[in-house]
Design a protein around this ligand. Structure first.
Ligand code: ZN
Length: 159
């Protein structure tokens, strides 16, 4: 049987649509030990920045990673849930007001945590998941600088 027509094409994989990405984010919404957190903690460990606490209850907002002795708190924000200003992830297309409210709450809560930490004399660093993905060594360098006592640097602006 020569010349038989191929019934199936092999390359059916298409890039994820924005909505598919959103459902993935939602499925993956676990607050603890996410893959980016494990990645960051592994890199900090390797860089010799040990002695961190994870989701430490005694610090306002239970930062994802913190160094109590240095009063350095690090939040690793998922771009979708915390509304990343860098990559600006797509918004869900249905239940718009529900999502808008939810995102507003998340963002407001993040800000409260930062303010409470700063009021208590902590340095606060926000790392966005997309920054971590793009430049893990750069994130580690920034943390190292803060850990060594660079004052008043609250934001990481990765390239
Ligand atoms: Zn982002």
């Amino acid at each position: 049987m020569a010349n038989r027509k191929k019934k199936y094409t092999t390359s059916t994989a298409s890039p994820l649509t924005a909505q598919e990405k959103i459902s993935r984010y939602m499925r993956g919404n676990k607050s603890k030990d996410t893959q980016p957190e494990l990645l960051l903690r592994g890199a900090l460990w390797q860089a010799g920045l040990r002695g961190y606490r994870v989701h430490w209850k005694s610090a306002p907002g239970k930062p994802d990673v913190c160094y109590p002795g240095r009063k350095l708190a690090i939040f690793l924000h998922g771009c979708f849930w915390h509304r990343c200003p860098h990559c600006q992830p797509a918004l869900p297309k249905s239940n718009i007001s529900f999502w808008a409210e939810k995102f507003d709450r998340n963002v407001a809560r993040d800000q409260q945590h930062r303010e409470r930490l700063r009021a208590a004399g902590w340095q606060v660093l926000i790392i966005w998941a997309c920054q971590l993905q793009k430049d893990l060594p750069g994130c580690v360098r920034t943390i190292k600088g803060l850990h060594q006592g660079v004052p008043d640097s609250y934001w990481l602006e990765a390239a």
